[in-house]
Design a protein around this ligand. Structure first.
Ligand SMILES: *Cc1c(COP(=O)(O)O)cnc(C)c1O
Length: 379
């Protein structure tokens, strides 16, 4: 069994995908081919924003957003303590200081109450200016965007939505990657919408920021690539990846529906076992299920379950083993001000992600559930 089965997906759409790839090969328009712009139009429409600017990966997308806003020295950027490293990595990259914020136990997403506490603390210290909150839609579920927006407005801060895992999710009818002043996603193969290499995108409604993003992603270009008016990056989505994404986008909503059915099936079955906490999705929220993540009662049970599943040929993953504030790379940032990373620390010890994906078969889902129950009986 695969943790996320990309081979079955390829075989399912093989003809369309091969066709898309071959047309790029035949046209030999490997960089900035027309498929890239076509995809950008389709993605912007899908998300419901004015601009989509594709780029080389989801990490660059976050960095480009911070560059467009001119975030740098003396700026505080708030980041959930429980996320993939990229969400925080981009902050020192532009010269700003990451301030980590604890998360909610049941949704895994940034805790608005903790966010406001951290903002107040930074204001009290008076060394840094609170400028941005990077809000991650972890494991596929949008964060509590409306509460966070109230806080951001109150302190005159910008929201950068990291939708690398959340693409395809919604609150009501409003789609992920439309909640940030700028939002980003990743097309890394295993993400909800993945390509066959690295890829990413930035979304915004804001005209001026969009123009800056177009410039920064191609060497800070002015009128042309050879007229360089600012220091930028080389961060493009290549045409083959765009052609692949155009095909996958056509099938995406169908896949989301399937993956939601699978998540419901897991939750319904596993809810009978009180020692397993199944993922909680807020009322009117819709997850893209980048991961299906349960919580166990202790690190010991979690680790034993993982080994047991592996012995039965079931892959599972620990997302994430180390909270951001304990990553060695962030050691130089003084995070002692907060005693409050209790939830993130606990999640690192007790969370376990199970196989999920639109091509997981019913017999496989039932096998995973059965093996979890077998383990629990003997444990
Ligand atoms: C994957 C991921 C990224 C980075 O995307 P890449 O395309 O791998 O650079 C950023 N944030 C989160 C939450 C992610 O899961």
């Amino acid at each position: 069994m695969e943790f996320r089965d990309l081979k079955r997906q390829y075989l399912e759409y093989k003809e369309e995908l091969d066709g898309g790839i071959h047309s790029v090969l035949n046209q030999a328009n490997f960089i900035s081919g027309n498929q890239v712009e076509e995809l950008e139009v389709e993605l912007a429409k899908y998300v419901g924003v004015k601009y989509c600017i594709t780029c080389a990966n989801g990490t660059d997308a976050l960095q480009l957003a911070l560059m467009a806003w001119g975030i740098g020295q003396n700026d505080a950027v708030f980041v959930p303590d429980f996320t993939f490293f990229s969400s925080g990595e981009v902050v020192p990259y532009v010269g700003a200081t990451p301030i980590f914020v604890d998360v909610e136990k049941d949704t895994f997403n940034i805790d608005p109450i903790q966010l406001e506490l951290q903002i107040k603390q930074i204001l009290k210290e008076g060394r840094l200016i609170p400028r941005v909150v990077i809000v991650v839609d972890l494991f596929g579920q949008p964060a509590d965007m409306y509460s966070i927006k109230n806080i951001a407005d109150k302190y005159n801060m910008l929201i950068l939505e990291d939708g690398a895992q959340g693409f395809g999710g919604r609150i009501g009818e409003k789609r992920a990657c439309s909640f940030g002043d700028i939002s980003t996603t990743s097309f890394f193969p295993a993400k909800p919408l993945g390509c066959y290499g690295d890829g990413g995108a930035v979304f915004t409604d804001h005209d001026e920021w969009a123009q800056l993003l177009y410039s920064y992603r191609i060497h800070g270009k002015g009128k042309s690539k050879y007229d360089n008016i600012r220091i930028g990056m080389n961060s493009r989505l290549d045409t083959i990846q765009a052609a692949i994404l155009k095909v996958k986008l056509r099938h995406f909503n169908k896949e989301l529906k399937k993956v939601n059915q699978i998540a419901n099936q897991y939750t319904k079955a596993l809810a009978c076992e009180e020692r397993i906490h199944t993922p909680f999705v807020r009322e009117s929220f819709y997850s893209s299920w980048a991961q299906y993540t349960v919580r166990l009662q202790s690190q010991k049970i979690r680790n034993h379950l993982m080994v047991y599943l592996k012995e039965h040929d079931i892959p599972s993953m620990v997302y994430y083993a180390v909270p951001m504030h304990l990553q060695k790379a962030f050691e130089i940032y003084d995070q002692r001000r907060s005693s409050a990373f209790m939830v993130a620390e606990e999640l690192c010890k007790t969370a376990l992600s199970l196989p999920i994906g639109p091509f997981l078969e019913n017999v496989e889902i039932e096998y995973v559930i059965k093996k979890i129950f077998d383990f629990m009986v003997y444990y």
